[in-house]
Design a protein around this ligand. Structure first.
Ligand SMILES: [Zn+2]
Ligand SMILES: [Zn+2]
Length: 311
């Protein structure tokens, strides 16, 4: 579909640290985060070869939105840790399975074919089995059982609901950014992408967004989120190959020659509906392109399961 490379070293209009009151950390708004994501997946699906995949993710995000409002979890009462929702230490002690059960209940009525088989298998899976899978997924390891690969996006969706709901209740003023930008100040997990924001004092500022809890934290533009380098940072993007085709100007890969890593930048000033998870999965061709240049992606998209799309 699209290919091409540009390697401009950009100047950064927001390159210096912002004066207060630009917030350093922003917690997710529970009534918006999954609803916006669902809408964006559906919007992006139009006219694409992988429309079925994106529509499924829209349905999954809509189910997350409904479940997020259904009730709480024990994570909502976590206290004292640093970071407060530390996923590494809390995962096995939190009842995220309740949110998983709620998600499966919502997915089941309309599920057919492979999805129905997945829902039915997950319904009877043991907690231990699901915990082992969740740990592997968060660590970026393969599924312990190959057939469970297709479970991963649904396990991820449940964990996101549990962690995002709890993060939405935190006081952002009490969250401290870690010494490296690769760790979410709320849960310690990695960013899915960064987003150039619009709206109020955040306009034009770049924030990393947590792949798990959707918390956002500020990072100066044109700097590597992995190693902090500012020299040797450049950008790759998808460009239209032929007439009538469109590139994907909303999404660029920020690549770093110092540590050979990259993470995408989703630019909401180019499209106000752009959303980190959805636009990331709609631009997988960019990951392929950047991979061919020898750069390693630094943060995961937990909704992605390899082999589930035609891309
Ligand atoms: Zn987080
Ligand atoms: Zn770097």
């Amino acid at each position: 579909m699209v290919s091409g490379v540009t390697l401009p070293v950009e100047t950064d209009p927001g390159g210096t640290a912002p004066a207060d009151p630009t917030p350093r950390v922003v917690v997710p708004e529970l009534r918006a985060v999954f609803a916006d994501r669902s809408m964006r997946f559906r919007q992006l699906a139009r006219g694409r070869n992988d429309a079925d995949y994106l529509v499924f993710l829209s349905t999954l995000a809509a189910a997350q939105h409904a479940v997020a409002g259904e009730g709480g979890s024990t994570l909502d009462h976590a206290s004292g840790g640093d970071p407060p929702l530390d996923v590494t230490s809390l995962l096995r002690h939190v009842d995220w399975h309740v949110d998983l059960d709620r998600l499966l209940t919502r997915l089941r009525p309309d599920a057919t074919g492979n999805l129905l088989a997945v829902v039915e298998a997950m319904d009877v899976a043991s907690r231990t089995e699901l915990d082992v899978l969740a740990v592997a997924m968060l660590e970026g390891a393969p599924a312990p059982v190959a057939a469970q690969l297709a479970w991963m996006p649904i396990v991820a969706a449940a964990l996101q609901v549990t962690w995002t709901r709890a993060a939405s209740k935190l006081d952002p003023a009490r969250l401290r950014c870690a010494t490296t930008a690769t760790q979410c100040p709320a849960c310690g997990y990695a960013p899915v992408a960064s987003v150039v924001q619009t709206g109020g004092e955040r306009t034009g500022r770049r924030y990393l967004q947590c792949a798990l809890c959707a918390c956002e934290w500020y990072l100066v533009r044109v700097s590597c989120s992995t190693c902090g380098a500012t020299d040797g940072v450049s950008y790759l993007k998808l460009e239209a190959e032929g007439e009538g085709e469109q590139g994907y100007p909303t999404v660029r890969a920020e690549i770093c020659d110092a540590c050979r890593s990259y993470l995408k930048v989703i630019d909401r000033s180019r499209d106000g509906f752009a959303e980190a998870h959805a636009d990331d999965l709609a631009s997988l061709a960019l990951d392929v392109l950047v991979g061919e240049h020898g750069y390693q992606r630094s943060g995961p998209n937990l909704l992605f399961a390899p082999g589930t799309t035609d891309d």
